[in-house]
Structure formats: structure tokens, C-alpha cells
Ligand binder design. Structure first.
Ligand code: ADP
Length: 418
């Protein structure tokens, strides 16, 4: 039965929170965009990833409300509005307006604000947000191109973009335990506050707040809060069982690498000599419309047993720069991504059912080209990189952004699938 519905304001944020939920024993499905009305999923937690962080306020509100409706129609009892742990927003939104709209739709008048993730250095003290020990406004976020954060005080930030007043539950109360936190929340609410920023300096505070808000209809914040809540619910939950539906069945695999990061270069170097491998010609990606078919034919001609064939555009930075200088960075990216998208589609049609993909953008293109609207989160190959299985289709993916994983990542992904 569905226990928690998460509305996340971007894709990586969705993946991030989904990972914490699975690790705490919740069977979790991630859906990309507002799900279609006829889609049914079986899961303890559903994470809907939107692109609502910096779109116009009205769009963020309407997408979030549509997601809420979808979740409620499936009996979901509790909701989590997930935003970035650096509170990426402006005085216009979108965190405040979306929170207000969700509260209204649920008939609620109070929620918590908690963009924390202590393991990643996101902490809150007296309502001030810190990034690796420095106030938010002194971190790199000060110069963010879309949502520059020039204040670290979460009460002021929330007040400026919402309809209500924001209070704080300080860390001294977190130290006292869940009962004290619940009492502090009730007190703030009685005094007319609509939102409460929860302090959190460490893992123990996540556990306390998780227990304190474990029954709240709507909460808002970062993955740290979700971790605390899921731990409060977990009981004897089994993380391996929770990941089972995302586990790949034995199948036919290919490795597609479009990342040129340092780690991916090392991963390709470690794999290239052990497995059938083919380096993509960037020039031909740009000039030859039949190139993807030729690459697919090569993959199909490789032996079925043994390591999965690798097709890679991965190159060291100086070669990438040379190509970009000659052809234009956007043009090269678009051409290579287009070829990988078509290659993935061709291979799927030919019976391939496991795609191990390196590169964030490249992963997006492959997912889109295969028409995957959502997936079950499976076992972790490396921190932040799980196997996932498409909802309703026997298709598994390992989607790795640039610097994730260790050198033997491509081997490890296949070992897990064996
Ligand atoms: P990462 O996660 O490492 O950033 P991405 O897939 O997000 O990887 O981005 C890599 C980008 O570089 C993609 O747009 C890809 O098509 C492009 N690319 C891949 N190979 C080359 C290459 N040899 N030269 C230039 N660009 C490349």
C-alpha cells in the first residue's frame, strides 16, 4: 500500500530521495513528470520528478497540484514536497507558492521546512542554512545563475515567498527528543505560524524529527528529512526486499558511454580491453545519418556470452576541447546524443534489455528515446547509482552521471545483474 507520495522539483533531487527511501526498506517507484491518469503502480513510495524548480510559478503550482491529485486518487495518505537542500528559490518562489498550494489542497494550515542533508554538509542552526559549515549566502549558491541565494535565514526566505509566517524549532529542542519537538510545533501553530523551520545538525536530529513528523499530512524539505521519516516507519523493513522489483533479470546488456568526465575515462579504460569495445567517431555522428544503425549492427554482431559490448564517445578533456573548438560544443553534444538515442532504440528493438549508460545528459537521452516514464528503484551499484527497472516493461537501466562510481563500475553493474 502506498505510504508516501513525493513531489520533487527536479530529476536528480527525485533520484536522491528515492535512494534514501529504498535504503530504508520502502519499495519505491520514480515517475518522470505528472503521471498519466491510467498508470497504476504498486509501491510503498512514489516519487514524482517534475522540472518545477525554476519554471514560472503558475506552472510549478499546477504541476505540483496535478501530481498531488494523482497520488491522492491512489489512496496515498502522506505527502512530501522535495526541494533542493540549498533551498533554490527566489522571492517569487517556487517553494513558497507550491507549499501554500499543497497545504490548501489538503485542507491543512501547518507544515515544516527542512532542507537538510547532514551527510552532504547541509545543516540548519537557529533557522540558518549552512553548506559545508558556511552560511548559504557565503557558499557558491550566492552566484547561482538562476536562483542566487543571498540570505541564509530560512524564516525570512520562506516569509518572502509565501502567505504565512515562519517559525523555528531550534536544535536545543531537537536534542530533547520527539515529544519536545511535537510540543514546539503545536505551540508555533497555536501562535499563528504556518511553517516551522526544523534545525538539524546531525544524524540524531534526523531521527528525532522523523519521529516527530512521521504522521504529518504534508512535510517539505530535503532528503535528510525523508531519511528520518523512513527510519521512523521502518521497523523491520528489509532494504534488499525493497529493491527487489528494480533488480535486473539476466538479459542482454550493452554499455553506452557519452560522458567525458575523469572517472568515466578511467572506467572506459578499465573496461575497454576486457570487453568488445568500439570508439565512436564524433565526425561521423555529425555527418552520417546512418551511423547509429552501423553502431547497432556492430553491437549485434558481438558474442552473446561474456561481457557486454561497449560503445563510447568518451575522450580525454583535451581531445573533447579540440572537437568542440572545431565544430562547436552544442553541435557536438547534440550530434553524439542523437546517435546514442537512436542506437539505444535500435538495440531495444533487437532484444537488448539492459542498458548501462554513463553520462547525465546521455542517460536522459537514452531514457527518453526508450520512452521510459518511470522505474522501480533497485539495488545500488555504487552510491547514488541504482539499477532501475522500467514500470510495466522488462527493461533495466543503470544510469550513471559523470563522476559517479569507481573504476570497475561497468563490471560491477553486470555482476549485480548476474
Ligand atoms: P557527464 O555526466 O559526465 O556530464 P553527460 O552525458 O551529461 O556526461 O555530458 C557529456 C556531453 O558530452 C554529452 O552531451 C555528450 O554527447 C558529449 N560528448 C560525448 N563525447 C564527446 C566527445 N568526444 N567530444 C565532445 N563532446 C562529447
Amino acid at each position: 500500500m502506498m505510504r508516501l507520495g513525493v513531489i520533487a522539483d527536479d530529476f536528480t533531487g527525485a533520484t536522491d530521495i528515492a535512494g534514501f527511501l529504498v535504503a530504508n526498506g520502502l519499495r519505491t517507484v520514480q515517475l518522470n513528470g505528472v503521471p498519466p491518469a491510467d498508470l497504476q503502480v504498486q509501491a510503498d513510495a512514489v516519487v514524482i520528478s517534475l522540472k518545477s524548480r525554476s519554471c514560472p510559478v503558475e506552472d510549478a503550482v499546477s504541476q505540483s497540484l496535478a501530481s498531488l491529485d494523482w497520488l491522492r486518487a491512489r489512496g496515498c495518505p502522506q505527502f512530501f514536497f522535495k526541494y533542493c537542500s540549498t533551498f533554490d528559490s527566489t522571492p517569487r518562489g517556487n517553494i513558497g507558492p507550491v507549499t501554500d498550494a499543497l497545504l490548501d489542497a489538503l485542507g491543512e494550515d501547518f507544515t515544516v521546512i527542512c532542507p537538510v542533508l547532514p551527510v552532504n554538509g547541509r545543516t540548519i542552526y537557529n533557522g540558518y542554512l549552512f553548506v559545508n559549515g558556511v552560511p548559504l549566502e557565503e557558499s557558491g549558491m550566492r552566484h547561482h545563475p538562476v536562483t542566487p541565494m543571498t540570505d541564509s535565514n530560512l524564516m525570512r526566505l520562506m516569509d518572502a515567498q509565501s502567505r504565512g509566517k515562519t517559525g523555528n524549532v531550534p536544535s536545543t529542542i531537537m536534542d530533547e527528543g520527539p515529544e519536545a519537538v511535537r510540543a514546539a510545533l503545536a505551540d508555533l501553530r497555536a501562535r499563528g505560524f504556518r511553517y516551522a523551520v526544523l534545525d538539524a545538525l546531525n544524524d540524531a536530529h534526523l531521527v528525532v524529527m522523523g519521529q516527530a513528523v512521521s504522521e504529518m499530512k504534508l512535510v517539505t524539505g530535503g532528503s535528510g528529512l525523508a531519511d528520518g521519516m523512513a527510519r521512523a516507519w521502518a521497523g523491520t523493513a528489509d532494504a534488499a526486499a525493497a529493491a527487489a522489483e528494480g533488480r535486473p533479470a539476466k538479459g542482454r546488456a550493452v554499455v553506452i558511454s557519452g560522458s567525458c568526465s575523469q572517472m568515466t575515462n578511467a572506467q572506459v579504460a578499465a573496461y575497454r580491453d576486457a570487453a568488445p569495445s568500439l570508439a565512436v567517431s564524433v565526425e561521423r555522428c555529425m555527418s552520417d545519418p546512418a551511423y547509429a544503425d552501423e553502431l547497432a549492427d556492430w553491437v549485434l554482431a558481438q558474442p552473446r556470452n561474456g561481457l557486454a559490448p561497449l560503445v563510447y564517445a568518451t575522450m580525454p578533456p583535451e581531445k573533447v576541447k579540440e572537437l568542440q573548438d572545431r565544430y562547436g560544443a552544442a553541435e557536438v553534444s547534440e550530434a553524439v546524443e542523437g546517435v546514442f538515442g537512436r542506437l539505444a532504440k535500435r538495440l531495444e528493438e533487437a532484444g537488448f534489455d539492459q542498458f548501462i549508460v554513463a553520462g547525465g545528459e546521455t542517460s536522459g537521452v537514452v531514457t527518453q528515446s526508450l520512452g521510459i516514464g518511470g522505474f522501480h528503484i533497485g539495488p545500488q551499484i555504487a552510491p547514488g547509482v541504482p539499477w532501475v527497472r522500467a514500470v510495466g516493461r522488462p527493461l533495466s537501466l543503470a544510469l550513471k552521471s559523470g563522476n559517479f562510481g569507481q573504476e570497475r563500475f561497468f563490471f560491477e553493474a553486470q555482476d549485480l545483474a548476474a
